[in-house]
Every structure is written in C-alpha cells, then in structure tokens.
Design a protein around this ligand. Sequence first.
Ligand code: NAP
Length: 277
Amino acid sequence: MSAFQVIGDPVLHSKSPILHRAMLDELGLDYPYTAHVVKKGELPAYLAWAEDNGITGFNATMPHKEDLIPLLDGLDDSAARCGAANTVALRDGKWLGFNTDGLGCLEALKEAGMDPAGKTVLVLGAGGAAKAVVPALVSGGAGRIFVANRSFPRAAALCVRDESHRLTPAGFDPDTLASLAAQSRLLVNCTSLGMEGTPSQFGDFSFLDALPGGAGVFDLIYHPAETELLRRARARGLNASNGLGMLVWQAVLALEIFLNRPLDRSEMAAAARATLD
Ligand code: NAP
C-alpha cells in the first residue's frame, strides 16, 4: 500500500491533492494523497513520522525544497543540479529526492508551442524556480540563455553552476532587458512579479516591445491566470501562456516517480488538467 502527501507551510491551498487524486483515480488506484502542514525546521521530524506512518512519497513546496537536500539519502540529477527537491520517494527504506519543476516546465513549453530547442531564451529571475527551469532549458536544447535578475550575483551564481557555456547572467534594468529581449525568441518569467498576493509588479514592460514578432512569453505564475505580463504580451500578438501547464506536468512526472513506473503521460496530464477547468 502506498500513501502520498504534499508538505509545506502554507500548503492547504495546494492543488497537488486534487491533481494527484484525479490521476490516481484514472489509474484505478485508491492510494491516499493528502496535504500536510510542515513548518520550517520540522523536516527531520516529518521524515521520521512519514516513514513510521506508511508515507511512500511526498511533494514539497515552500519553504522546504532546498532544506530537504542535506536530509535525504540520495538525489537524482534533477534535484542535485538545482539544489532543490519537489518530489521525494521512499525506495528500499531510503528517501530519494527529485525535482520535476524543470522538466515539467519544458513539457509545458512544448505543449504551448514554445519548444526552446535551438532558440535564444531570456529567463527573468534566478530564484528557486529559475534554478530548476534553466538546466531543463539547457537539456531541452535551448541555444543561448540569458538569466536576468534584480540581484546580479544570484544570476551569476546560477550561471556558474552550468557547464554548457550557454548561460549568460545579466542585470534587470529596462535597457538591459530590452537589449536581451531583442535577441531572444522566448521569454520565461521565473520571478514572482505579478503574482496574486504580492505587491510587486514589473515597473517597465518595454522589453516586450523589443521581442521579435512570433516570440513566446511563458509566465510560471498561474494566480492570476492572466498576469499583466501575459495580457500585454497577447495585446502585442505574441504567443503567451501561464504556469498551469507546468503545474500539471510536474505532477505527472512526480506520480511516475512515486509509482516507480512509466505512465501514459498524456492521459495523466489530461486527467489532471480536467480538474482545473
Ligand atoms: P523565489 O525563490 O523567491 O525567487 C523570486 C524571484 O523573483 C527572484 O529572482 C527575485 O529576484 C525576483 N523578484 C522578486 N521580487 C522582485 C522585484 N520587486 N523586482 C525584481 N525581481 C524580483 O521564488 P520561486 O520559488 O523562484 O518562484 C518564482 C515564481 O514562480 C512564483 O510566482 C511561483 O509561484 C512560480 N512557480 C510556479 C511553478 C509552477 O508550477 N507553475 C513552480 C514553481 C514556482 P532577487 O533574486 O533579486 O530577489
């Protein structure tokens, strides 16, 4: 018998239980998947409790993705590369960490008609999400990748971790963003600017005017469903997509890890997505 959870603080708003329930039902599996509040600092106690209580896999959200790394028994490349785990599975008594955010984003980009292969990409942000997304863009065959961040040292630190030599760190001032956008065919927003509940918003959207016609704009944010960035990108006639697809795909990939077998990914994504309509 398997049992899964999503942990975080806050976590009760998480869509993971609904997405996983839909996929498990589609597979005819009655394994429970519940949300569980775990506060910062409580991870060691949670891991012991989870093992004693039959939890065989869990997803992690804020504030645990990075804190989990030193506590796990092993890491898959996806988690080791970005120093964060969003999916943890118990295999042979060992807690193994994975990160499905990056590949989830790549699948969502392809689904939205924004395959990064061969394209110059402008990534905005260098926080936890960008750390997962950038290596996935590299593995997805993106050409040059500019990582622009308000705090330049954070962008530089992200780029220095990569051996592909395709990453260039950059600042976040309007002139820099416009100049990089003019060279890019895909823009991926990994900042929290425009997210519901945060007061921060882009001060200047002129980088959108600099993007070439036909460029894609992908915003990881899905609350609200249409951010100001996406609204303006669509008004300019650009292909624009929010982060719901990424949310769905990271869950599909996490379920494959929990069950330790390949699934019909399209079927699972369709079942999960239907819950969001
Ligand atoms: P994070 O680690 O806190 O990073 C936040 C990023 O936003 C940093 O790059 C930060 O720059 C930048 N930022 C924040 N306020 C800013 C401002 N006023 N001006 C310029 N830059 C600013 O957060 P995260 O975990 O990476 O998450 C980022 C976003 O992605 C969130 O909205 C989250 O909901 C979304 N997300 C979506 C999914 C999905 O499945 N769709 C998955 C993961 C995350 P500094 O480094 O300079 O502070």
